[in-house]
Design a protein around this ligand. Structure first.
Ligand code: FAD
Ligand code: SF4
Length: 472
């Protein structure tokens, strides 16, 4: 522990943002990092708790008190090695993780947790800037080969772990580039994509081969992959969106968020947007249905495209302004949060159910809604209508795509339609096929995908070699 009295003397201070009016002019990241001295000061606030709840709250179990101390001591390189020992891609989580570690920090009991996420991001960014991060190709080969379907964070983490052990790793991805939802879902203003390209280059140097534009189960048989390789990992994400079965759903101008967001990410990345017509928010009154991360990303993207207004509707009641710490800490609390995109000018309404969508000449013109009570029942007399030129459905994802690869492999599924596999072995009902990430656990977070990719890689290594040195 760096400074025994740090938490008593130093106030929490975090990264700031460019002003909304400036940042909505472009799609670049807009976080203003803390200076090095400030970061060391913030790291000094860590109490090195005997039972570090942060470490348990973090899905990859980052050794947070250890690297807080190392940053305070100005030993950034050892902090980097420590950080990498639990997380393959801290520059991803340091930008887009909701930071359950901070919710779990003991100092969060009085609302001033250590700025863990900013310190994580600073360690890894400094590592890249100083050229401390190098590819780690294996010293020998095992003669075993592993196929991975899906180049999202789960697939990339599994690939890196296995390649470093000396296995031949082949990643099959249906899109033109790697990253999964990190590349095509999460907008550039939250995470710029050159960060993924840099990691892909590293993975390739470590021996991973990427096969793009290959939809397994459609362009090639999954069974063929399973037969050709010693093990198959499937981590294709949870891509089936929740729909809104109301009158007017099929009008022009009503789209799933994941029809809208990838187009913009491709525009920024100078990739072709594909065959579908462009979906743009410019000069439109936009309604976003759904209050999560995806909804926020639709808001920020709409403002940057020049929307006239953006209204976000959420069926759940407005959460409390502040959580009851006695009941929630160290768990993730339900409380009112305002994302940076919502801050850019979105109108938010809660306890709202959509009852229909109206249109003229086949195009959406308005949305009809009603307020609901705590039991989700409509409240008589609370009906209202909003003007709408574009409606984006961001109500979550129900399970992975079944048609194609999963139907072909006939693997057992859990009650929610995800691929059934436990987290002790990550093995599916076919012992040579392993599953991890959103495809196994359902829609989740990047940090969970990294954890599952790492753990799954360990189990595959163990199954192939009879022993493993990979950490869980
Ligand atoms: C809009 C949006 C915003 C989000 N924001 C955040 C956030 O801010 N923070 C956060 O932590 N999480 C966020 N998430 C969730 C997070 O992105 C996911 O939990 C995470 O990416 C899951 O990783 P994964 O590797 O399991 O799957 P994915 O990232 O979905 O990657 C799966 C990959 O598999 C490929 N694939 C699928 N099937 C096949 C096939 N048959 N053949 C070949 N390739 C295939 C897909 O093309 C994709 O590249 C967000 C999600 C969305 C949709
Ligand atoms: S819980 Fe907070 S104060 Fe305690 S060790 Fe973790 S980061 Fe430091």
């Amino acid at each position: 522990m760096g400074k025994a009295t740090g938490f008593l003397e130093i106030e929490r201070q975090d990264r700031t943002y460019e002003a909304p009016e400036a940042r909505v002019q472009n799609f670049r990241e807009f976080v203003i990092p803390l200076g090095e001295d400030k970061l060391r000061e913030q790291a000094a606030r860590c109490m090195d708790c005997g039972v570090p709840y942060c470490h348990n709250g973090c899905p990859v179990n980052n050794q947070i008190p250890d690297w807080n101390d190392l940053v305070y001591e100005d030993d950034w390189q050892t902090a980097l090695a420590n950080l990498h020992s639990t997380n393959n891609f801290p520059e991803f989580t340091g930008r887009i993780c909701p930071a359950p570690c901070e919710a779990a920090c003991t100092l969060n009991i009085d609302d001033s947790p250590v700025t863990i996420k900013s310190i994580e991001c600073a360690i890894i960014d400094k590592g890249w800037e100083n050229g401390w991060i190098e590819a780690q190709p294996p010293t020998g080969k095992t003669g075993k080969s592993v196929a991975i379907v899906g180049a999202g964070p789960a697939g990339m983490a599994a690939a890196q772990q296995l390649a470093r052990q000396g296995h031949d790793v082949h990643v099959y991805e249906k899109h033109a580039k790697a990253g999964g939802l990190l590349r095509y879902g999460i907008p550039d203003f939250k995470m710029e994509k050159h960060l993924i390209d840099r990691r892909v280059e590293q993975l390739e140097t470590e021996g991973v081969t990427f096969h793009y534009n290959t939809n397994v189960g459609v362009d090639m048989q999954a069974k063929e992959l399973a037969e050709k390789h010693d093990a198959l990992i499937i981590c294709g994400g949870s891509e089936v969106p929740r729909d809104l079965p109301v009158d007017g759903r099929n009008l022009d101008g009503v789209h799933f968020a994941m029809d809208f967001l990838p187009q913009q990410n491709r525009r920024v990345g100078q990739e072709p947007i594909g065959d579908s017509a462009p979906i743009l928010a410019e000069d439109k009154h936009v309604i976003v249905i759904g209050g999560g991360d995806t909804g926020s990303d639709c808001i920020g993207t709409s403002f940057r495209q020049g929307a006239l207004s953006v209204t976000q509707l959420e069926i759940m009641p407005m959460p409390p302004e502040k959580e009851n710490k006695g009941l929630t800490w160290p768990d993730w609390p339900l409380k009112m949060r305002t994302s940076t995109s919502q801050e850019e000018g979105a109108i938010r309404d809660f306890s709202v159910m959509t009852t229909g969508i109206k249109g003229e000449d086949g195009r959406v013109t308005a949305i009809t809604c009603t307020k609901v009570d705590e039991t989700m029942q409509p409240i008589a007399g609370s009906e209202f209508e909003l003007k709408a030129d574009l409606i984006l459905l961001a109500m979550g994802f129900i399970h992975p795509v079944h048609e194609g690869m999963l139907d072909e492999l006939s693997l057992e599924r859990d009650g929610r339609g995800n691929v059934a596999a436990d987290t002790a072995t990550y093995q599916t009902s076919d012992e040579n096929v392993f599953a991890c990430g959103d495809m196994r656990r359902g829609q989740s977070l990047v940090v969970w995908a990294i954890r599952e990719g790492r753990q799954c890689a360990r189990e595959v290594d163990l199954a192939l070699m009879g022993e493993t040195r990979l950490p869980r």
